[in-house]
Design a protein around this ligand. Sequence first.
Ligand code: NAD
Ligand code: 6OD
Length: 487
Amino acid sequence: MPDLPLFRHYIDGSFQPSRSGQRAPVRAPATGETYAEVALGGASEVDAAARAAKAALRGAWGSMSPDQRWDLLERVADGIEARFDDFARAESRDTGKPLSLARAVDVPRAPANFQNYARLARSVGGDAWEQHLAGGGRALHYTRHRPVGVVGVIVPWNLPLLLLTWKVAPALAMGNTVVAKPSEETPATATLLAEVFDRVGVPPGVFNVVHGAAQAGEALVSHAEVAAITFTGSTATGQRIQAASAPGLRKLSFELGGKNPSLVFADADFDAALEGTVRSVFTNCGQVCLCSERVYVEAPMYDRFVEALVARAKALRPGLPDDPTTQLGPLISEEHRRKVLGAYERARAEGAQVLCGGGAPRLAGPAAGGTFVEPTVLAGLSDASDTNQHEIFGPVCHVAPFSTEAEALQRANETRYGLCAAIWTRDLSRAHRVAAGIEAGIVWVNTWNLRELRAPFGGVKLSGSGREGGLWSLKFGTETQAVSIRL
Ligand code: NAD
Ligand code: 6OD
C-alpha cells in the first residue's frame, strides 16, 4: 500500500509526528476509503504544546500590543479565505457532508469568527469608580482585562472547522494562547488552519494543535498549565471533563448534546414551517447539536404536515459530497452508523410506527462503501420513551400531535436537555409566551439556526453550562483584575 499522507501535530510552530509513532487511519465516510493517517498524541505532545503556549504567553504574544494581535487574527481570516477551496474540500471529505454545505456554512464561518472577535475585542473596555474617602482624600478603582492563560479547546467531528474557530478566535483575541484538540475523525481542517497560522506569521506556541482521541483530551484537561477548557461534544464527555478538571479549578465552558423540540402551531405558514423543519431535522444528516429530534404539530395541521414531511424525507437524495445533486451525506463513521441504526431498532422495539426510512440505503458505485442511513420519521411513542429522551444524532425525528399551547410547552420541556427550540406560528403573542416558557438557551421563531455571532449561544440542563458568542466568549477568555489607587 502506498504511504498515506499524515496529519501531524502543530506544536510550538512546527509540524511533527507523535513521539510514540502512533497514528490512526482517517476515512472518508462517503466511500469508506482510508485516504490519510493522523498522528495520535498523548500526554507527551500535550505537555510540549502546553509549555509552548505558556512560553508564548510570557513571550512574543504577551508582549505584542492588542492591536498587533487583532491585526494578525484578521490576517488569519484572510489566509483562510485565500484557501477557501482547500478548506471546503478537506471538510467535506473528512465529514462526508455535501461540498455545497461546507462551502455555504462551515468554511465561511471560519474567517467570520476571526473577523468578528478581532473587531469585537477592540470594543471591550473596563469600569472605573472614583471614591471619596471618609477621612478626606479620594481613591480611584478600575478594572483591567488579563488573559486567563493557556486555553484548551476540544471539539467534535460534526462541524470541525466552524467549532474550532468559534473557540480559538475569542481566546486569542483576548490575548490567551491555545492548545486545540480536534476530533481524531476529522483532523484535516485543523491542520490546514495551523498552516494558515504558520504562514501569516503568528508566533510559535500561540496556536497549537494536538491530534488524537480521548487520551489526548484527558491529558489536556488535567494539564497544570491549562487554565481554561472550552469543550463542545457529548454530555457524557462533558461530565468526564468536569470531573477531571476539578482539581485544577479550571474555568469551563460546555456546549453539549440536545433533544431539541420543534413546535408547529396550526396558524403557522405551512410551507415555511415545513421547509424549516426539513432543514432542522436533516441538515448535516442530523449531526448538528441544534437539530430537531422531536416535532410536535398542532392537531388540525398534523396529518397534512406529517404527510408532507415524510414525502420530503423520502425525496432527500443521498450521495457523494462533490455531486451537486447530493442532499444527504453519510454519518461520520461505521461506529456511529451502528448507534443510529440501533436507535431505529430501539424505536421499533418500543412500538414506534416507522413512517419512512428506518434502515440503511443500498447505494451503487463508490458510495456503496459509505456510512449512509435512511432519513427516518417515527411516530406513536410517548414523550418518556427512550427514543424521545436520548439524543440520536442522525437524520431522524419523532412526530406527535398536540391540542393546546400549554400541552405543547409542557411536552417540549419533558427532557433532560435544553439546547434550543423552534416555534412555528403567526401569532406574535404566542411566540413570546412560548419562547419565555421553553427551558432552552436558544429559541428560534419561524426560523431555525439563524446565527448572529454577537448573540449568546449555549444550553441549559444537560446541554451545557456557560454561554459562548459575542462578549460571552470574550469574557470567558478574561480574568478581570481590580486595581485600587489611593490618590
Ligand atoms: P464526543 O464527546 O465523543 O467527542 C468530542 C471531543 O472530545 C472529541 O475531540 C473527542 O476526542 C474528545 N474526547 C472524548 N473523550 C474525552 C475525554 N475523556 N476527555 C477529553 N476529551 C475527550 O462527541 P462527538 O461524538 O465527537 O460529537 C457529537 C456530540 O457533540 C453530540 O452529543 C452533539 O450534540 C455534541 N455537540 C454539541 C454541540 C453544541 O454546541 N451544543 C455542537 C456540536 C456537537
Ligand atoms: O453556530 C455556532 O456557532 C455553533 N456553535 C454551532 C454548534 C452546532 C452544533 O453542532
